[in-house]
Ligand binder design. Structure first.
Ligand SMILES: [Zn+2]
Ligand SMILES: [Zn+2]
Length: 202
């Protein structure tokens, strides 16, 4: 594991955690296939969760929400698709669940800490075990951490620029394709939800 790049990810994310380790390892899997480091907009990432792991992908692969090359699907799955723009080569990386001697111990200790029932010794032990777990996942073979498959993937359309309209309810600007009509009046989504509360939002 490249120490400088790991530090860069920790800096960006703000702390060290298992999620970030997984994100780093997923990025490593992408580098292994594509053999290149980050270049602006070179990759499109489609991520199927929004946990800590995504920060490693943003900072190390330069896939960001603002550039439109980070696409989030709220599926709650530890799955990541990377598409290289220049040739459409794509891989899907999914996390595996390798044996982990620390997992159950950490879970039990965390429950105690959260319930306010942990002794100082147990709190210390949780810290030590968590650090141990992070170190283990940083160094274990990539094949144990994730599965990599080549897939066919379409690069989603680049963000287009739309004109704005003014919401008649709050007076704020909203891009035209996101505006709604309510009793013949143009409204933004939050304002339309306020009216339809209890009736579903479709
Ligand atoms: Zn985190
Ligand atoms: Zn509004």
């Amino acid at each position: 594991m490249n120490e400088t790049l790991w530090e860069k990810a920790v800096d960006f994310h703000g702390h060290t955690c298992m999620g970030l380790v997984f994100g780093y390892r997923v990025v490593e899997a992408a580098w292994r296939v594509f053999g290149e480091r980050d270049v602006d907009e070179q990759y499109v990432a489609i991520v199927e969760n929004d946990n800590c792991s995504i920060d490693a992908i943003q900072v190390l692969l330069s896939c960001t929400l603002g550039k439109g090359n980070l696409i989030y699907k709220d599926y709650g799955k530890p799955a990541y698709t990377f598409i290289r723009r220049k040739d459409n080569k794509a891989i899907r990386v999914t996390l595996l669940d390798p044996p982990d001697e620390n997992r159950d111990i950490i879970r039990a200790l965390r429950e105690k800490v959260d319930a306010g029932q942990a002794s100082e010794t147990e709190k210390e032990l949780l810290k030590t075990k968590s650090e141990e777990q992070i170190a283990a996942y940083r160094s274990r073979p990539l094949e144990e951490i994730c599965k990599v498959q080549e897939v066919d993937a379409e690069i989603p359309e680049r963000a287009r620029l739309f004109s704005s309209v003014i919401c008649t309810s709050c007076g704020e600007k909203v891009m035209e394709p996101r505006a709604r009509l309510q009793n013949g009046q143009i409204v933004c989504i939050p304002c339309s939800l306020a009216y339809t509360r209890g009736w579903g939002t479709a």
